[in-house]
Design a protein around this ligand. Structure first.
Ligand SMILES: [Zn+2]
Ligand SMILES: [Zn+2]
Length: 132
């Protein structure tokens, strides 16, 4: 099975073999293309994916972030942070109200971070507050 480079998106640069390509198509992830018998396939094995192709294919194939790209926004689940504590007690961590008009608060029970607007409008952030 041919091995492909993981520097450039193989979909955007079909002739580059993953080792060369156009600016802006640098790979951030990869997915595995099975070798299916009797199916006409140009390339199989690990395919590198750029940001655009990752977004396009996400949800349809199993995509693995490349080393160093695990924290790319495409792979973080910011949008669906869940909080399982019933009736949580929030402890205010901000000394002063932050730019944006919220206070950093943390759940006493599980330490999840959230932004609190006004008295009790909570917006979950996640395990660290860097995921803004
Ligand atoms: Zn691409
Ligand atoms: Zn909690």
């Amino acid at each position: 099975m041919p091995r492909h480079g993981m520097q450039y998106c193989l979909i955007c640069n079909p002739d580059g073999n993953g080792t060369s390509g156009e600016d802006g198509t640098e790979a951030i992830a990869k997915y595995y293309v099975e070798n299916i018998q009797d199916k006409d396939q140009i390339t199989t094995g690990w395919h590198a994916l750029c940001e655009g192709c990752t977004e396009y294919l996400q949800g349809t194939v199993d995509i693995t972030p490349l080393d160093g790209h695990e924290n790319h926004p495409l792979f973080s689940d910011d949008a669906d942070v869940t909080h399982e504590c019933d009736d949580p007690t929030w402890t205010k961590e901000s000394l002063v109200t932050e730019d944006g008009g919220f206070d950093w608060v943390r759940c006493d029970n599980c330490n999840i971070w959230a932004k609190r607007y006004g008295m009790n409008q909570i917006q979950l952030v996640g395990e660290t507050r860097d995921q803004r």
